[in-house]
Design a protein around this ligand. Structure first.
Ligand SMILES: Cc1cc2nc3c(=O)[nH]c(=O)nc-3n(C[C@H](O)[C@H](O)[C@H](O)COP(=O)(O)O)c2cc1C
Length: 234
């Protein structure tokens, strides 16, 4: 999977990647993260809509190369998730919806959005339920292994009991931002919990992957169903 990257993975960038990928090497691309508050606001909607543009040429490449496209959204209000996901379902042609529970940036975390949800299970649960009820598309969560501390066991035991079609796990905590190394042993721990709790839910590992060979090795060693690449694409 190609990671969602703010100010990077717009339709032009995705088209460049799609153009240069061999069929079979890439399965899913993501939009930049898009605010549910914005999607629910009559004027805000026009501002955030540019994040959801899929050009005709990108659409053709997605089809030719058998790649899915997922819209990533963020926010902290379950009602707005319901409305935003319903709007996306009815007005766009995405293959899935991903909820951002991983962004570590202060101005989203201070509002209780994104990675802040790792420490707020009841709200995270309501948000997932609202998104799930609004669409029949697959719903996934992209998240981290903890907020202020590594918390993989508690957080994965919770997430794997939610009505989700997949989990993308970045092997860092919020406090690390992008610093240090991604901890793939914690990702392996999540895969083991998945085997016990929800064997059908794919876990996609993320963090510091830079080559195709590396992808195969990570899936094998850490028992993930796939890998998401962010900065490695550069
Ligand atoms: C410039 C930039 C923008 C990012 N924007 C988003 C985003 O919008 N949504 C998201 O879930 N993660 C975002 N991320 C995090 C990446 O998706 C990914 O989880 C992180 O970079 C770790 O993967 P990597 O080591 O392969 O880069 C961003 C990362 C970078 C470098």
């Amino acid at each position: 999977m190609l990671a969602p990257m703010e100010d990077v993975t717009d339709t032009a960038f995705r088209e460049l990647v799609l153009h240069n990928t061999r069929p079979g090497n890439l399965d899913v691309v993501f939009t930049e993260f898009t605010s549910t508050d914005g999607l629910c606001h009559p004027r805000g909607r026009d501002n955030v809509a540019r994040r959801l543009v899929v050009s005709d040429t990108e659409r053709q490449l997605l089809k030719d190369k058998g790649v899915k496209i997922v819209a990533q959204i963020w926010g902290n209000n379950p009602d707005k998730y319901f409305e935003a996901v319903r709007f996306l379902d009815e007005n766009y042609d995405f293959d899935g919806i991903d909820i951002n529970m991983g962004c570590p940036v202060r101005n989203v975390v201070s509002h209780g959005s994104c990675s802040a949800l790792i420490d707020h299970e009841p709200l995270a649960s309501e948000i997932i339920k609202a998104a799930r009820e609004a669409t029949s598309l697959p719903v996934s969560v992209k998240t981290r292994i903890g907020f202020k501390k590594v918390d993989t066991e508690r957080w994965m035991n919770f997430l794997l009991r939610q009505p989700l079609d997949g989990i993308i796990l970045h092997g860092r905590i919020q406090k690390q931002m992008s610093k240090g190394e991604a901890d793939w042993d914690e990702i392996a721990k999540a895969s083991a919990i998945r085997d016990e709790v929800a064997p059908d839910v794919p876990i996609i590992g993320n963090g510091d992957v830079f080559s195709l060979e590396d992808i195969q090795e990570r899936c094998y060693l850490y028992k993930t169903d796939g890998v998401m690449i962010g900065r490695g694409i550069f």
